[in-house]
Design a protein around this ligand. Sequence first.
Ligand code: NAP
Length: 286
Amino acid sequence: MAQLLSGTAVSAKVLERIAEETRTLPVQPTLAVIIVGDDPASRVYVNNKKKACAKAGFRSLEYALPAEAGQAALLGRIAALNADPSVHGILCQMPLPKSFGYDEQEVAQAISPEKDVDAFHPVNVGHIMLGEPLFQPCTPAGVLELLDDAGISLAGKHVAVVGRSNIVGKPMALLALHRHATVTVCHSRTADLAAVTRQADVLIVAVGRANFITADMIRDGAVVVDVGMNRLDSGKLCGDVDFAAAQAKASWITPVPGGVGPMTIAMLMRNTLTAAKASCGILGMK
Ligand code: NAP
């Protein structure tokens, strides 16, 4: 029976450490969150980020724009926050409303790289690629923090990452590579997915389909990290892995909820702390 990798417990420890460090700083780290429209899932994510700010001792600012505000108004808000020295981190909650002509790439590039705590700006993506990021990609960094807490090393292991999105799969593969794993990245065109996943010592799944990974796709004793967050018709949240069956085969497994989700937010707080420290010269910007 697998042991649980509890994001709830580990993220609480991380937030405590951040709060401790925050008390020693000459500035109060400040995160500005922009939300456009009234998507209920985005509202939950933004509220969770504000709660984490409170736990970390940060100031949080929320800017809620109506869905019809438009790209120019959004870019104007970002420009004002870029210019405000009391704001250390800026994020725009994604996805943006489908109508009204929003361009998410342009938004990611509009946020000043020194305040881009989601690490979506091409400059920060480049630093991640080079293995020397100031800001860590939040979800992949959260996965590593969970593994570190359990004493699970990736060096020399075969890590299979299922999913190749810019925010999870690709940076996850790079971070695992920097930790000396042998990495296979799978996606919708992978010919025989189960043949790859069955060879993985560590299986990291970010697809967005409930119960997509079944027990027969998991090697005995593998570490299984489920990034997926799917809302069932019943309203229940579940991951991409058939948890009950996988638990019998894996050595370690993340639950959903309570796994990678809270870790992502904890890493966002860590990036905001880093931005605040850099703003007062406590650490140098790369
Ligand atoms: P995404 O951009 O939709 O990417 C999904 C990936 O899954 C794509 O690369 C896609 O391949 C791949 N895929 C789809 N069908 C597949 C199949 N049959 N076999 C193999 N691969 C397949 O999603 P995302 O943003 O990475 O998010 C993935 C999941 O993680 C979602 O449930 C999301 O809600 C969740 N998530 C959770 C957190 C967290 O903090 N826990 C953070 C971010 C995302 P192609 O590239 O070939 O299309």
